[in-house]
Design a protein around this ligand. Sequence first.
Ligand SMILES: Nc1ncnc2c1ncn2[C@@H]1O[C@H](COP(=O)(O)OP(=O)(O)OP(=O)(O)O)[C@@H](O)[C@H]1O
Length: 598
Amino acid sequence: MSDSLLAAAAPTAAPGRISSWSLLLGNRLAAIGFCLLVVLALTALLAPLLPLPDPNATAPAERLQPVLSEGHLLGTDQLGRDMLSRLVWGSRVSMAVGFAATIVAALIGSVIGLVAGYAGGRTDNLVMRGVDMLMAFPYILLALAIVAVLGPGLMNALYAIAVVNIPFFARNVRGVTLALARAEFVDAARLSGKGHLSILATEVLPNVLPVIVITMSTTAGWMILETAGLSFLGLGAQPPQADLGSMLGEGRAQLFTAPHVSIVPGVMIFLIVISLNLLGDGVRDVLDPRLRSGALMRPGPRTEVARNRNRPENRAPDAILNVEGLETGFSHNGQYAPAVKDVSLHLRAGECLGLIGESGSGKSVTALSVMGLVNSPPGLIRNGAIYLNGEDVLAMPEAKLISCRGSRVAYIFQDPLTTLHPMHPIGRQIEEAIAAHQRLDRKHLRERSIALLERVGIPEAAERARHYPHQLSGGQRQRVGIAMALANDPDVIVADEPTTALDVTVQAQILDLLRELQEERGVALLFITHDFGVVSEICDRVAVMKDGRVVETGETKELLSNPQHDYTKRLIACVPEIGQGREFLSRVAPLFRPESRS
Ligand SMILES: Nc1ncnc2c1ncn2[C@@H]1O[C@H](COP(=O)(O)OP(=O)(O)OP(=O)(O)O)[C@@H](O)[C@H]1O
Protein backbone atom coordinates (compact mmCIF):
# COMPACT_ATOMS: atom_id res chain seq x y z
CA MET A 1 0.00 0.00 0.00
CA SER A 2 1.30 3.46 -0.85
CA ASP A 3 2.24 6.02 1.78
CA SER A 4 -0.79 8.13 0.99
CA LEU A 5 -3.08 5.19 1.49
CA LEU A 6 -1.39 4.24 4.72
CA ALA A 7 -2.07 7.78 5.77
CA ALA A 8 -5.61 7.35 4.54
CA ALA A 9 -6.04 4.35 6.78
CA ALA A 10 -5.28 6.58 9.77
CA PRO A 11 -8.19 7.93 11.83
CA THR A 12 -10.68 9.84 9.74
CA ALA A 13 -10.20 13.58 9.51
CA ALA A 14 -12.82 15.99 8.35
CA PRO A 15 -11.95 17.09 4.84
CA GLY A 16 -10.58 20.63 5.06
CA ARG A 17 -9.78 23.23 2.45
CA ILE A 18 -6.24 23.08 1.24
CA SER A 19 -4.81 26.10 -0.52
CA SER A 20 -3.63 25.82 -4.11
CA TRP A 21 -0.26 26.94 -2.88
CA SER A 22 0.22 24.03 -0.47
CA LEU A 23 -1.12 21.67 -3.14
CA LEU A 24 1.50 22.93 -5.57
CA LEU A 25 4.29 22.60 -3.06
CA GLY A 26 2.92 19.21 -1.97
CA ASN A 27 3.79 17.91 -5.43
CA ARG A 28 7.45 17.06 -4.97
CA LEU A 29 8.52 17.48 -8.58
CA ALA A 30 6.61 20.74 -8.99
CA ALA A 31 8.18 22.03 -5.77
CA ILE A 32 11.66 21.18 -7.07
CA GLY A 33 10.85 22.91 -10.40
CA PHE A 34 9.49 25.94 -8.55
CA CYS A 35 12.48 26.28 -6.20
CA LEU A 36 14.93 25.86 -9.06
CA LEU A 37 13.15 28.43 -11.18
CA VAL A 38 12.94 30.91 -8.29
CA VAL A 39 16.68 30.58 -7.67
CA LEU A 40 17.51 30.99 -11.37
CA ALA A 41 15.09 33.86 -11.89
CA LEU A 42 16.22 35.69 -8.72
CA THR A 43 19.87 35.32 -9.70
CA ALA A 44 19.10 36.68 -13.15
CA LEU A 45 16.98 39.53 -11.75
CA LEU A 46 19.55 40.51 -9.17
CA ALA A 47 22.44 40.37 -11.68
CA PRO A 48 23.15 44.15 -11.42
CA LEU A 49 23.46 43.86 -7.62
CA LEU A 50 25.67 40.79 -7.54
CA PRO A 51 29.45 41.26 -7.10
CA LEU A 52 30.20 40.04 -10.63
CA PRO A 53 32.81 41.39 -13.05
CA ASP A 54 31.66 43.15 -16.23
CA PRO A 55 30.38 40.34 -18.49
CA ASN A 56 31.78 42.06 -21.58
CA ALA A 57 35.25 42.99 -20.20
CA THR A 58 37.82 41.08 -22.22
CA ALA A 59 41.18 39.91 -20.86
CA PRO A 60 43.15 38.16 -23.62
CA ALA A 61 45.83 37.10 -21.13
CA GLU A 62 43.26 35.06 -19.21
CA ARG A 63 41.49 33.41 -22.13
CA LEU A 64 39.99 29.91 -21.77
CA GLN A 65 40.71 29.54 -18.05
CA PRO A 66 39.17 26.28 -16.80
CA VAL A 67 36.30 25.97 -14.30
CA LEU A 68 37.31 26.71 -10.65
CA SER A 69 40.31 28.75 -11.68
CA GLU A 70 41.33 31.65 -9.44
CA GLY A 71 38.90 34.57 -9.66
CA HIS A 72 36.74 32.74 -12.23
CA LEU A 73 34.46 30.14 -10.71
CA LEU A 74 33.24 28.94 -14.11
CA GLY A 75 36.39 29.81 -16.02
CA THR A 76 36.70 32.28 -18.90
CA ASP A 77 35.81 32.22 -22.61
CA GLN A 78 37.93 32.73 -25.71
CA LEU A 79 38.18 36.49 -25.02
CA GLY A 80 38.99 36.03 -21.34
CA ARG A 81 35.49 37.16 -20.24
CA ASP A 82 34.22 35.77 -16.93
CA MET A 83 31.88 32.85 -17.70
CA LEU A 84 29.89 33.13 -14.46
CA SER A 85 29.12 36.77 -15.07
CA ARG A 86 28.19 36.14 -18.71
CA LEU A 87 26.06 33.18 -17.64
CA VAL A 88 24.05 35.23 -15.14
CA TRP A 89 23.58 38.16 -17.53
CA GLY A 90 22.95 35.81 -20.46
CA SER A 91 20.28 33.85 -18.53
CA ARG A 92 18.62 37.16 -17.69
CA VAL A 93 18.36 38.02 -21.39
CA SER A 94 17.28 34.52 -22.48
CA MET A 95 14.60 34.24 -19.79
CA ALA A 96 13.26 37.72 -20.45
CA VAL A 97 12.97 37.07 -24.20
CA GLY A 98 11.58 33.53 -23.71
CA PHE A 99 8.94 34.62 -21.18
CA ALA A 100 7.94 37.71 -23.13
CA ALA A 101 7.55 35.67 -26.32
CA THR A 102 5.50 33.08 -24.40
CA ILE A 103 3.12 35.71 -23.05
CA VAL A 104 2.66 37.34 -26.46
CA ALA A 105 2.09 33.98 -28.20
CA ALA A 106 -0.25 32.77 -25.43
CA LEU A 107 -2.37 35.92 -25.51
CA ILE A 108 -2.76 36.12 -29.28
CA GLY A 109 -2.98 32.33 -29.83
CA SER A 110 -5.55 31.82 -27.06
CA VAL A 111 -7.80 34.61 -28.34
CA ILE A 112 -7.64 33.11 -31.84
CA GLY A 113 -8.37 29.61 -30.50
CA LEU A 114 -11.22 30.78 -28.27
CA VAL A 115 -12.91 32.75 -31.04
CA ALA A 116 -12.50 30.00 -33.66
CA GLY A 117 -13.63 27.20 -31.35
CA TYR A 118 -16.57 29.10 -29.92
CA ALA A 119 -17.84 30.60 -33.18
CA GLY A 120 -17.35 27.35 -35.15
CA GLY A 121 -18.51 27.10 -38.78
CA ARG A 122 -17.05 29.53 -41.28
CA THR A 123 -15.12 31.67 -38.82
CA ASP A 124 -13.45 28.57 -37.44
CA ASN A 125 -12.66 27.34 -40.95
CA LEU A 126 -11.16 30.62 -42.07
CA VAL A 127 -9.13 31.26 -38.94
CA MET A 128 -7.85 27.73 -38.64
CA ARG A 129 -6.78 27.49 -42.29
CA GLY A 130 -4.68 30.62 -41.69
CA VAL A 131 -3.18 28.96 -38.62
CA ASP A 132 -2.58 25.76 -40.62
CA MET A 133 -0.68 27.76 -43.22
CA LEU A 134 1.56 29.18 -40.51
CA MET A 135 2.10 25.69 -39.12
CA ALA A 136 2.92 24.29 -42.56
CA PHE A 137 6.24 26.16 -42.59
CA PRO A 138 9.07 24.56 -40.62
CA TYR A 139 9.05 26.82 -37.55
CA ILE A 140 12.75 27.60 -37.61
CA LEU A 141 12.56 28.55 -41.29
CA LEU A 142 9.64 30.83 -40.52
CA ALA A 143 11.50 32.40 -37.60
CA LEU A 144 14.56 32.89 -39.81
CA ALA A 145 12.41 34.46 -42.53
CA ILE A 146 10.84 36.87 -40.02
CA VAL A 147 14.23 37.87 -38.59
CA ALA A 148 15.60 38.21 -42.12
CA VAL A 149 12.81 40.69 -42.91
CA LEU A 150 13.01 42.57 -39.60
CA GLY A 151 16.80 42.36 -39.23
CA PRO A 152 18.91 40.60 -36.55
CA GLY A 153 18.49 41.66 -32.93
CA LEU A 154 16.90 40.40 -29.72
CA MET A 155 13.56 42.21 -30.07
CA ASN A 156 13.10 40.91 -33.59
CA ALA A 157 13.99 37.40 -32.42
CA LEU A 158 11.30 37.79 -29.75
CA TYR A 159 8.66 38.76 -32.35
CA ALA A 160 9.70 35.92 -34.65
CA ILE A 161 9.51 33.33 -31.89
CA ALA A 162 6.17 34.63 -30.61
CA VAL A 163 4.69 34.48 -34.13
CA VAL A 164 5.84 30.94 -34.86
CA ASN A 165 4.34 29.74 -31.56
CA ILE A 166 0.94 31.39 -31.92
CA PRO A 167 -0.43 28.40 -33.91
CA PHE A 168 0.36 25.96 -31.06
CA PHE A 169 -1.74 27.96 -28.63
CA ALA A 170 -4.47 28.58 -31.19
CA ARG A 171 -4.74 24.85 -32.05
CA ASN A 172 -4.73 23.60 -28.45
CA VAL A 173 -7.18 26.20 -27.20
CA ARG A 174 -9.46 25.83 -30.22
CA GLY A 175 -9.69 22.03 -29.74
CA VAL A 176 -10.78 22.35 -26.12
CA THR A 177 -13.10 25.28 -26.83
CA LEU A 178 -14.80 23.40 -29.66
CA ALA A 179 -15.83 20.61 -27.27
CA LEU A 180 -16.78 23.08 -24.52
CA ALA A 181 -18.91 25.22 -26.83
CA ARG A 182 -21.29 22.27 -27.19
CA ALA A 183 -21.22 21.29 -23.52
CA GLU A 184 -24.49 21.31 -21.64
CA PHE A 185 -23.34 23.81 -19.02
CA VAL A 186 -22.56 26.26 -21.84
CA ASP A 187 -26.03 25.67 -23.31
CA ALA A 188 -27.44 26.31 -19.85
CA ALA A 189 -25.51 29.61 -19.67
CA ARG A 190 -26.93 30.58 -23.08
CA LEU A 191 -30.43 29.76 -21.92
CA SER A 192 -29.92 31.91 -18.84
CA GLY A 193 -29.45 34.88 -21.18
CA LYS A 194 -25.68 35.36 -20.92
CA GLY A 195 -23.99 37.04 -23.91
CA HIS A 196 -21.20 35.45 -25.94
CA LEU A 197 -18.43 37.46 -24.30
CA SER A 198 -19.65 36.66 -20.84
CA ILE A 199 -19.97 32.94 -21.69
CA LEU A 200 -16.45 32.94 -23.11
CA ALA A 201 -15.07 34.68 -20.03
CA THR A 202 -16.96 32.85 -17.29
CA GLU A 203 -17.81 29.42 -18.71
CA VAL A 204 -15.25 28.59 -21.37
CA LEU A 205 -12.07 30.38 -20.29
CA PRO A 206 -11.81 28.83 -16.79
CA ASN A 207 -11.96 25.39 -18.41
CA VAL A 208 -9.42 26.33 -21.06
CA LEU A 209 -7.04 28.00 -18.61
CA PRO A 210 -5.30 24.76 -17.55
CA VAL A 211 -4.62 24.05 -21.25
CA ILE A 212 -3.18 27.54 -21.74
CA VAL A 213 -1.02 27.20 -18.63
CA ILE A 214 0.32 23.80 -19.56
CA THR A 215 0.98 24.94 -23.14
CA MET A 216 2.76 28.01 -21.75
CA SER A 217 4.86 25.91 -19.42
CA THR A 218 5.99 23.57 -22.18
CA THR A 219 6.46 26.23 -24.84
CA ALA A 220 8.25 28.68 -22.51
CA GLY A 221 11.13 26.22 -22.28
CA TRP A 222 10.86 25.62 -25.99
CA MET A 223 10.92 29.36 -26.71
CA ILE A 224 14.03 29.82 -24.58
CA LEU A 225 15.59 27.09 -26.70
CA GLU A 226 14.43 28.79 -29.90
CA THR A 227 15.79 32.17 -28.76
CA ALA A 228 19.05 30.39 -28.04
CA GLY A 229 18.86 28.82 -31.51
CA LEU A 230 18.47 32.19 -33.24
CA SER A 231 21.25 33.72 -31.16
CA PHE A 232 23.39 30.67 -31.87
CA LEU A 233 22.95 31.47 -35.56
CA GLY A 234 23.88 35.08 -34.88
CA LEU A 235 20.36 36.43 -35.44
CA GLY A 236 19.39 37.13 -31.82
CA ALA A 237 21.65 38.76 -29.24
CA GLN A 238 24.38 40.78 -30.96
CA PRO A 239 27.96 41.00 -29.62
CA PRO A 240 29.06 41.88 -27.08
CA GLN A 241 25.69 41.23 -25.41
CA ALA A 242 25.45 37.69 -24.07
CA ASP A 243 22.50 35.35 -24.06
CA LEU A 244 22.62 31.60 -23.58
CA GLY A 245 22.34 30.89 -27.31
CA SER A 246 25.11 33.29 -28.34
CA MET A 247 27.32 31.85 -25.57
CA LEU A 248 26.72 28.38 -26.99
CA GLY A 249 27.50 29.65 -30.48
CA GLU A 250 30.74 31.24 -29.33
CA GLY A 251 31.73 28.07 -27.48
CA ARG A 252 31.28 25.94 -30.59
CA ALA A 253 34.80 26.71 -31.86
CA GLN A 254 36.34 25.61 -28.53
CA LEU A 255 34.20 22.51 -28.13
CA PHE A 256 37.22 20.18 -27.89
CA THR A 257 39.88 22.48 -26.40
CA ALA A 258 37.68 24.17 -23.77
CA PRO A 259 34.36 22.31 -23.56
CA HIS A 260 33.25 24.28 -20.48
CA VAL A 261 32.55 27.32 -22.69
CA SER A 262 29.63 25.48 -24.30
CA ILE A 263 28.76 23.09 -21.45
CA VAL A 264 28.10 25.90 -18.94
CA PRO A 265 25.36 27.67 -21.01
CA GLY A 266 24.07 24.25 -22.15
CA VAL A 267 23.53 23.11 -18.55
CA MET A 268 21.84 26.42 -17.74
CA ILE A 269 19.40 26.01 -20.65
CA PHE A 270 18.67 22.48 -19.44
CA LEU A 271 17.99 23.66 -15.87
CA ILE A 272 15.67 26.46 -16.96
CA VAL A 273 13.70 24.23 -19.32
CA ILE A 274 13.36 21.32 -16.89
CA SER A 275 12.30 23.59 -14.00
CA LEU A 276 9.65 25.19 -16.22
CA ASN A 277 8.29 21.83 -17.30
CA LEU A 278 8.12 20.43 -13.76
CA LEU A 279 6.44 23.56 -12.45
CA GLY A 280 4.02 23.62 -15.40
CA ASP A 281 2.79 20.10 -14.67
CA GLY A 282 2.23 21.00 -11.03
CA VAL A 283 0.35 24.19 -11.89
CA ARG A 284 -1.90 22.27 -14.26
CA ASP A 285 -2.80 19.80 -11.51
CA VAL A 286 -3.66 22.62 -9.14
CA LEU A 287 -5.78 24.43 -11.71
CA ASP A 288 -7.86 21.39 -12.63
CA PRO A 289 -10.03 20.23 -9.71
CA ARG A 290 -10.37 16.76 -11.27
CA LEU A 291 -6.62 16.32 -11.28
CA ARG A 292 -6.45 17.80 -7.82
CA SER A 293 -8.80 15.12 -6.51
CA GLY A 294 -7.05 12.37 -8.42
CA ALA A 295 -10.16 11.81 -10.56
CA LEU A 296 -8.21 11.98 -13.81
CA MET A 297 -5.30 9.93 -12.62
CA ARG A 298 -4.93 6.54 -14.15
CA PRO A 299 -6.51 4.28 -11.53
CA GLY A 300 -4.81 1.13 -10.35
CA PRO A 301 -6.12 -2.24 -11.56
CA ARG A 302 -8.10 -2.76 -8.35
CA THR A 303 -9.38 -0.79 -5.39
CA GLU A 304 -6.76 -0.40 -2.68
CA VAL A 305 -7.53 -2.42 0.45
CA ALA A 306 -6.24 -1.32 3.86
CA ARG A 307 -3.84 -3.94 5.20
CA ASN A 308 -5.20 -3.65 8.71
CA ARG A 309 -8.88 -3.96 7.67
CA ASN A 310 -11.37 -5.77 9.93
CA ARG A 311 -12.18 -9.01 8.17
CA PRO A 312 -15.43 -10.50 9.52
CA GLU A 313 -15.54 -14.28 9.15
CA ASN A 314 -19.31 -14.72 9.58
CA ARG A 315 -21.27 -15.25 6.37
CA ALA A 316 -24.49 -16.83 5.18
CA PRO A 317 -23.39 -20.41 4.33
CA ASP A 318 -25.71 -20.89 1.35
CA ALA A 319 -24.97 -17.49 -0.23
CA ILE A 320 -22.96 -17.16 -3.42
CA LEU A 321 -21.96 -13.58 -2.57
CA ASN A 322 -21.46 -12.24 0.94
CA VAL A 323 -20.55 -8.64 1.65
CA GLU A 324 -19.59 -8.36 5.32
CA GLY A 325 -18.98 -5.11 7.22
CA LEU A 326 -17.83 -3.28 4.07
CA GLU A 327 -16.40 0.20 4.50
CA THR A 328 -15.27 1.93 1.31
CA GLY A 329 -14.23 5.55 1.22
CA PHE A 330 -12.21 8.14 -0.64
CA SER A 331 -9.08 9.95 0.36
CA HIS A 332 -8.20 13.35 -0.91
CA ASN A 333 -4.95 15.01 0.05
CA GLY A 334 -4.39 12.45 2.76
CA GLN A 335 -7.82 12.94 4.32
CA TYR A 336 -10.14 9.97 4.26
CA ALA A 337 -13.94 10.09 4.25
CA PRO A 338 -16.03 6.91 4.15
CA ALA A 339 -18.79 6.63 1.52
CA VAL A 340 -20.26 3.33 2.75
CA LYS A 341 -19.95 1.99 6.28
CA ASP A 342 -20.56 -1.43 7.76
CA VAL A 343 -22.54 -2.69 4.79
CA SER A 344 -23.48 -6.38 4.98
CA LEU A 345 -25.45 -8.15 2.24
CA HIS A 346 -25.83 -11.68 1.00
CA LEU A 347 -27.08 -13.07 -2.27
CA ARG A 348 -28.04 -16.68 -3.05
CA ALA A 349 -27.90 -18.36 -6.46
CA GLY A 350 -30.98 -17.54 -8.55
CA GLU A 351 -32.01 -14.76 -6.16
CA CYS A 352 -32.54 -11.09 -6.93
CA LEU A 353 -31.54 -8.65 -4.20
CA GLY A 354 -32.60 -5.05 -4.68
CA LEU A 355 -30.34 -2.30 -3.36
CA ILE A 356 -32.40 0.85 -3.01
CA GLY A 357 -31.72 4.31 -1.64
CA GLU A 358 -31.61 7.94 -2.60
CA SER A 359 -28.89 9.39 -4.79
CA GLY A 360 -25.51 9.40 -3.03
CA SER A 361 -26.51 6.77 -0.47
CA GLY A 362 -23.65 4.51 -1.56
CA LYS A 363 -25.31 1.93 -3.81
CA SER A 364 -22.84 2.17 -6.68
CA VAL A 365 -19.80 2.32 -4.38
CA THR A 366 -21.03 -0.87 -2.68
CA ALA A 367 -21.63 -2.59 -6.03
CA LEU A 368 -18.30 -1.52 -7.51
CA SER A 369 -16.43 -2.60 -4.37
CA VAL A 370 -17.56 -6.20 -5.00
CA MET A 371 -15.05 -6.61 -7.84
CA GLY A 372 -12.56 -3.97 -6.67
CA LEU A 373 -13.73 -1.51 -9.31
CA VAL A 374 -13.79 1.68 -7.23
CA ASN A 375 -10.96 3.76 -8.66
CA SER A 376 -7.86 4.01 -6.49
CA PRO A 377 -6.79 6.69 -6.07
CA PRO A 378 -8.90 8.00 -4.44
CA GLY A 379 -10.89 4.89 -3.38
CA LEU A 380 -9.93 2.73 -0.40
CA ILE A 381 -11.66 -0.32 1.09
CA ARG A 382 -10.84 0.21 4.71
CA ASN A 383 -12.80 -2.57 6.34
CA GLY A 384 -14.84 -5.66 5.61
CA ALA A 385 -14.73 -8.77 3.47
CA ILE A 386 -16.42 -9.84 0.25
CA TYR A 387 -16.86 -13.60 -0.14
CA LEU A 388 -17.58 -15.02 -3.56
CA ASN A 389 -18.40 -18.72 -3.20
CA GLY A 390 -16.63 -18.56 0.16
CA GLU A 391 -13.43 -17.00 -1.19
CA ASP A 392 -12.46 -13.52 -0.01
CA VAL A 393 -12.32 -11.33 -3.12
CA LEU A 394 -10.34 -8.64 -1.30
CA ALA A 395 -7.55 -11.10 -0.56
CA MET A 396 -7.42 -12.55 -4.09
CA PRO A 397 -4.26 -12.03 -6.14
CA GLU A 398 -4.74 -9.36 -8.77
CA ALA A 399 -4.70 -11.72 -11.76
CA LYS A 400 -7.38 -13.91 -10.21
CA LEU A 401 -9.58 -10.96 -9.35
CA ILE A 402 -9.32 -9.66 -12.90
CA SER A 403 -10.21 -13.08 -14.31
CA CYS A 404 -13.33 -13.15 -12.06
CA ARG A 405 -14.58 -9.90 -13.60
CA GLY A 406 -17.00 -10.73 -16.36
CA SER A 407 -16.71 -14.49 -15.84
CA ARG A 408 -17.99 -14.88 -12.27
CA VAL A 409 -19.38 -11.43 -11.60
CA ALA A 410 -20.61 -9.29 -14.48
CA TYR A 411 -21.93 -5.73 -14.50
CA ILE A 412 -24.71 -4.00 -16.39
CA PHE A 413 -24.57 -0.21 -16.21
CA GLN A 414 -27.18 2.51 -16.47
CA ASP A 415 -26.12 4.06 -19.76
CA PRO A 416 -24.82 1.53 -22.28
CA LEU A 417 -23.94 4.36 -24.66
CA THR A 418 -21.07 5.29 -22.37
CA THR A 419 -19.94 1.71 -21.74
CA LEU A 420 -20.16 0.41 -25.33
CA HIS A 421 -17.26 1.37 -27.58
CA PRO A 422 -18.57 3.84 -30.20
CA MET A 423 -16.08 2.73 -32.88
CA HIS A 424 -16.69 -1.04 -32.85
CA PRO A 425 -19.73 -2.99 -34.06
CA ILE A 426 -21.74 -4.50 -31.20
CA GLY A 427 -21.15 -8.07 -32.37
CA ARG A 428 -17.42 -7.57 -32.13
CA GLN A 429 -17.73 -6.10 -28.65
CA ILE A 430 -19.61 -9.18 -27.45
CA GLU A 431 -17.03 -11.42 -29.12
CA GLU A 432 -14.29 -9.54 -27.25
CA ALA A 433 -16.15 -10.02 -23.96
CA ILE A 434 -16.29 -13.78 -24.63
CA ALA A 435 -12.70 -13.98 -25.86
CA ALA A 436 -11.47 -12.32 -22.65
CA HIS A 437 -12.31 -15.56 -20.81
CA GLN A 438 -12.75 -18.34 -23.37
CA ARG A 439 -10.50 -19.69 -26.11
CA LEU A 440 -12.78 -19.93 -29.13
CA ASP A 441 -12.04 -19.51 -32.82
CA ARG A 442 -13.51 -16.62 -34.79
CA LYS A 443 -16.40 -18.66 -36.18
CA HIS A 444 -17.53 -19.87 -32.75
CA LEU A 445 -17.10 -16.44 -31.22
CA ARG A 446 -19.34 -15.01 -33.91
CA GLU A 447 -21.94 -17.74 -33.53
CA ARG A 448 -22.02 -17.28 -29.78
CA SER A 449 -22.32 -13.51 -29.98
CA ILE A 450 -25.22 -13.79 -32.44
CA ALA A 451 -26.91 -16.39 -30.22
CA LEU A 452 -26.57 -14.02 -27.26
CA LEU A 453 -28.02 -11.13 -29.25
CA GLU A 454 -30.95 -13.36 -30.25
CA ARG A 455 -31.43 -14.44 -26.66
CA VAL A 456 -31.72 -10.89 -25.41
CA GLY A 457 -34.32 -10.15 -28.06
CA ILE A 458 -32.42 -8.26 -30.77
CA PRO A 459 -34.24 -9.00 -34.05
CA GLU A 460 -32.18 -10.05 -37.11
CA ALA A 461 -29.24 -10.57 -34.79
CA ALA A 462 -26.73 -11.62 -37.47
CA GLU A 463 -27.32 -8.38 -39.36
CA ARG A 464 -27.54 -6.24 -36.22
CA ALA A 465 -24.22 -7.61 -34.94
CA ARG A 466 -22.57 -5.45 -37.60
CA HIS A 467 -24.23 -2.28 -36.34
CA TYR A 468 -22.56 0.35 -34.18
CA PRO A 469 -23.98 1.44 -30.79
CA HIS A 470 -25.28 4.75 -32.19
CA GLN A 471 -27.43 2.82 -34.69
CA LEU A 472 -29.44 1.16 -31.90
CA SER A 473 -32.20 2.48 -29.66
CA GLY A 474 -31.63 2.94 -25.92
CA GLY A 475 -33.51 -0.28 -25.13
CA GLN A 476 -31.57 -2.24 -27.75
CA ARG A 477 -28.28 -0.92 -26.42
CA GLN A 478 -29.25 -2.05 -22.94
CA ARG A 479 -30.05 -5.50 -24.36
CA VAL A 480 -26.55 -5.55 -25.84
CA GLY A 481 -25.21 -4.62 -22.38
CA ILE A 482 -27.13 -7.56 -20.92
CA ALA A 483 -25.81 -9.88 -23.67
CA MET A 484 -22.26 -8.81 -22.78
CA ALA A 485 -22.91 -9.48 -19.10
CA LEU A 486 -24.20 -12.96 -19.98
CA ALA A 487 -21.31 -13.68 -22.35
CA ASN A 488 -19.40 -15.87 -19.88
CA ASP A 489 -22.26 -17.30 -17.81
CA PRO A 490 -21.43 -15.44 -14.60
CA ASP A 491 -22.68 -16.54 -11.16
CA VAL A 492 -23.60 -12.98 -10.19
CA ILE A 493 -24.80 -10.02 -12.25
CA VAL A 494 -24.67 -6.56 -10.73
CA ALA A 495 -27.16 -4.34 -12.54
CA ASP A 496 -26.61 -0.67 -11.63
CA GLU A 497 -29.87 1.10 -12.48
CA PRO A 498 -30.12 -0.66 -15.86
CA THR A 499 -33.56 0.76 -16.61
CA THR A 500 -33.32 4.32 -15.30
CA ALA A 501 -32.47 5.81 -18.70
CA LEU A 502 -35.31 3.99 -20.47
CA ASP A 503 -38.97 4.82 -20.94
CA VAL A 504 -41.49 2.80 -18.95
CA THR A 505 -42.50 0.34 -21.68
CA VAL A 506 -38.89 -0.49 -22.57
CA GLN A 507 -38.11 -0.59 -18.85
CA ALA A 508 -40.81 -3.25 -18.38
CA GLN A 509 -39.41 -5.31 -21.29
CA ILE A 510 -35.86 -5.16 -19.88
CA LEU A 511 -37.09 -6.16 -16.41
CA ASP A 512 -38.97 -9.12 -17.93
CA LEU A 513 -35.87 -10.14 -19.86
CA LEU A 514 -33.67 -9.97 -16.75
CA ARG A 515 -36.20 -11.97 -14.74
CA GLU A 516 -36.42 -14.63 -17.49
CA LEU A 517 -32.66 -14.91 -17.87
CA GLN A 518 -32.19 -15.09 -14.16
CA GLU A 519 -34.66 -17.97 -13.83
CA GLU A 520 -33.27 -19.72 -16.90
CA ARG A 521 -29.62 -19.53 -15.82
CA GLY A 522 -29.93 -19.47 -12.05
CA VAL A 523 -27.78 -16.36 -11.91
CA ALA A 524 -27.85 -14.18 -8.77
CA LEU A 525 -28.83 -10.58 -9.45
CA LEU A 526 -27.85 -7.55 -7.37
CA PHE A 527 -30.22 -4.92 -8.68
CA ILE A 528 -29.54 -1.27 -7.86
CA THR A 529 -32.39 1.16 -8.22
CA HIS A 530 -34.10 4.28 -6.89
CA ASP A 531 -37.50 2.89 -7.62
CA PHE A 532 -39.68 0.75 -5.36
CA GLY A 533 -41.92 0.07 -8.37
CA VAL A 534 -38.97 -1.71 -10.03
CA VAL A 535 -38.08 -3.47 -6.77
CA SER A 536 -41.58 -4.92 -6.48
CA GLU A 537 -41.36 -6.14 -10.11
CA ILE A 538 -38.13 -8.06 -9.93
CA CYS A 539 -36.56 -8.39 -6.47
CA ASP A 540 -36.99 -11.27 -4.03
CA ARG A 541 -35.38 -9.36 -1.21
CA VAL A 542 -34.41 -5.75 -0.75
CA ALA A 543 -31.81 -3.78 1.20
CA VAL A 544 -32.45 -0.10 1.85
CA MET A 545 -29.41 2.21 1.99
CA LYS A 546 -29.19 5.62 3.56
CA ASP A 547 -26.06 7.74 4.09
CA GLY A 548 -23.78 4.84 3.26
CA ARG A 549 -25.41 2.31 5.60
CA VAL A 550 -27.97 -0.44 5.11
CA VAL A 551 -30.86 0.63 7.32
CA GLU A 552 -33.28 -2.19 6.60
CA THR A 553 -33.30 -5.53 4.75
CA GLY A 554 -36.10 -8.02 4.17
CA GLU A 555 -38.26 -10.01 1.80
CA THR A 556 -39.68 -7.60 -0.78
CA LYS A 557 -43.33 -8.30 0.00
CA GLU A 558 -42.81 -8.10 3.74
CA LEU A 559 -40.76 -4.92 3.52
CA LEU A 560 -43.21 -3.20 1.19
CA SER A 561 -46.22 -4.08 3.30
CA ASN A 562 -44.61 -3.53 6.68
CA PRO A 563 -41.57 -1.20 6.49
CA GLN A 564 -39.83 -0.71 9.84
CA HIS A 565 -37.44 2.17 9.23
CA ASP A 566 -38.77 5.71 8.85
CA TYR A 567 -36.68 6.25 5.76
CA THR A 568 -38.08 3.12 4.08
CA LYS A 569 -41.59 4.34 4.87
CA ARG A 570 -40.85 7.66 3.24
CA LEU A 571 -39.34 6.02 0.15
CA ILE A 572 -42.41 3.79 -0.23
CA ALA A 573 -44.70 6.77 0.19
CA CYS A 574 -42.95 8.31 -2.81
CA VAL A 575 -44.20 5.69 -5.23
CA PRO A 576 -47.03 7.49 -7.03
CA GLU A 577 -50.26 5.79 -8.00
CA ILE A 578 -52.24 6.75 -11.07
CA GLY A 579 -54.87 9.33 -10.32
CA GLN A 580 -53.31 10.69 -7.12
CA GLY A 581 -52.02 13.91 -8.75
CA ARG A 582 -51.69 16.90 -6.46
CA GLU A 583 -52.77 15.02 -3.41
CA PHE A 584 -49.67 12.81 -3.86
CA LEU A 585 -47.31 15.76 -4.04
CA SER A 586 -48.76 17.47 -1.00
CA ARG A 587 -48.46 14.19 0.93
CA VAL A 588 -44.89 13.37 -0.10
CA ALA A 589 -43.13 16.76 -0.21
CA PRO A 590 -43.25 17.39 3.57
CA LEU A 591 -41.69 13.96 4.22
CA PHE A 592 -38.48 15.08 2.57
CA ARG A 593 -38.14 18.53 4.15
CA PRO A 594 -34.91 18.77 6.17
CA GLU A 595 -36.71 18.94 9.52
CA SER A 596 -38.47 15.63 8.88
CA ARG A 597 -35.35 13.75 7.80
CA SER A 598 -33.71 11.44 10.23
N1 LIG B 1 -14.44 9.54 -6.73
C1 LIG B 1 -15.08 9.94 -5.65
N2 LIG B 1 -14.49 10.77 -4.79
C2 LIG B 1 -15.12 11.17 -3.67
N3 LIG B 1 -16.35 10.77 -3.31
C3 LIG B 1 -16.99 9.94 -4.14
C4 LIG B 1 -16.41 9.47 -5.36
N4 LIG B 1 -17.29 8.64 -5.96
C5 LIG B 1 -18.39 8.60 -5.16
N5 LIG B 1 -18.20 9.38 -4.07
C6 LIG B 1 -19.15 9.61 -2.97
O1 LIG B 1 -19.62 8.38 -2.49
C7 LIG B 1 -20.96 8.54 -2.07
C8 LIG B 1 -21.79 7.40 -2.63
O2 LIG B 1 -21.83 7.53 -4.05
P1 LIG B 1 -22.59 6.45 -4.96
O3 LIG B 1 -22.20 6.73 -6.36
O4 LIG B 1 -22.36 5.09 -4.42
O5 LIG B 1 -24.10 6.86 -4.73
P2 LIG B 1 -25.39 6.16 -5.32
O6 LIG B 1 -26.24 5.76 -4.17
O7 LIG B 1 -25.02 5.08 -6.29
O8 LIG B 1 -26.04 7.39 -6.08
P3 LIG B 1 -26.80 7.42 -7.49
O9 LIG B 1 -28.07 6.73 -7.26
O10 LIG B 1 -26.97 8.88 -7.72
O11 LIG B 1 -25.91 6.74 -8.48
C9 LIG B 1 -21.43 9.90 -2.55
O12 LIG B 1 -21.48 10.76 -1.44
C10 LIG B 1 -20.36 10.34 -3.50
O13 LIG B 1 -20.17 11.73 -3.42
